[in-house]
Write a new protein. Sequence first.
Length: 490
Amino acid sequence: MRAAPTILHLDMDAFYASAEQAAKPSLRGKPVVVGGLGPRGVVATASYEARRFGVHSAMPMAQARRLAPNAAYLVPRFTLYRSVSDQVMELLGRLSPLVEPLSLDEAFVDLEAGDMADDTASALEIGRQLREAIEAVTGLSGSVGLAGSKMLAKIASEEAKPDGIRLIAPGTEREHLAPMPVRTLPGVGPATADHLRRAGMTTVDDLAEAGEAELIRLLGKAHGASLHRMAIGLDDRPVVAERDAKSVSVEDTFDMDLHDRVRVRTEVERLADRCVQRLRGAGRSGRTVVLKVRRYDFSTLTRSETLRGPTDDPAVVREAAARLLESVDTTGGVRLLGVGVTGLADFTQEDLFAQAAGERAAAVPPEDAGARPQDDTGGRERPAEPEPGQPGPDDAEQLAARRWPAGHDVSHEAHGHGWVQGSGVGRVTVRFEEPGSPPGRVRTFRVDDPALRAAEPLPLVRDAPDYSSWPASRPKSRSGAGSPGAASRP
């Protein structure tokens, strides 16, 4: 535990939904829900306007639609979220060499390691400056918690939401934690909380009063001892700089089970391409390709193949994933597919593509060497959709939804930049507006309109101020900083 509140926790407010509201002027101040839109989809993030109806993260999307039928329901745009996250993490990196990202929108920062704060006043001031910088650069708000430990800093940022700053003064940890429910503490999930409730412990103070020995008896030595230390406010976990990822993977859950083997293979190859895009975006390569298949009965199978060396070649990953698929029985239907790459490295094996090409050539009999199977791409990009006429009507609707996902960016030759409000029955509805513009007009097109095409997200803030030299030095505390224990908002 530290004697000064120099551990900062930043949590962006309703990140995905807030980014969508900033990008789409017509949605500002309105309920927005981001997540999988099919019958099996779940909520990733709900705006604060949607939360008033009871919608929350991890809720089934069907339930969210019942609670908030008039909300805007959007498919996530991770390209945009990663771009904004990079801007936020760059600002955090200017405060300290020790930044520990927990997700795209959440991170710990050790202000002491960056010589940015050593007391309450300087910690509060850098927290305020950080929030101002984030809003200026991204147009979004974030909540900041400050404390002498990671656990308390995270609790403080949760108390500061939305759009606030909260400091828990060192020395007040146990008093602050005492009335909170046991699930406030890290590592206490529903099962552990229920076990503790049956033992008569519902608050953190109950855990502290029970003593370490009793918690060890109930939960085991490691968990019991750790929980008791946290209950009395002790948390010595350091802020650890970002660790290397051990794998890169992508997966999709389908609205209806896939039965057509050609469609299943097409989806596997599409996922392989997405996986390689992420792999290359991280500047990495990998040696082992992993296929995940969840079948109609919820049984989940994984298959893996280790290559001769690390690769980031989409053709190699596609072919390995396709080979793995051959060993999986999908006749009953497939509800989820995933492709991943493990054994990451910072280099590639240059001759792997030649190796893969040689293996393909060896598999073709000499008399047929001039002809390729109809579905062989030869390393070229494979179209995302099956050939016309193969899928049934339901598949055609799914493919249209995949081509024009709700909320994603489009560009029209005559109308400019916009976003998809919805698609179906061979039509796609688009609202033409940009970040910073007034709410735009809505128009409907055929899904195959040649003038309409997918587009990249636009920056949320144009002409953002230059923060390349921020902060110039340790901030000076403002006079009249107010009570360090109170949450403050602009």
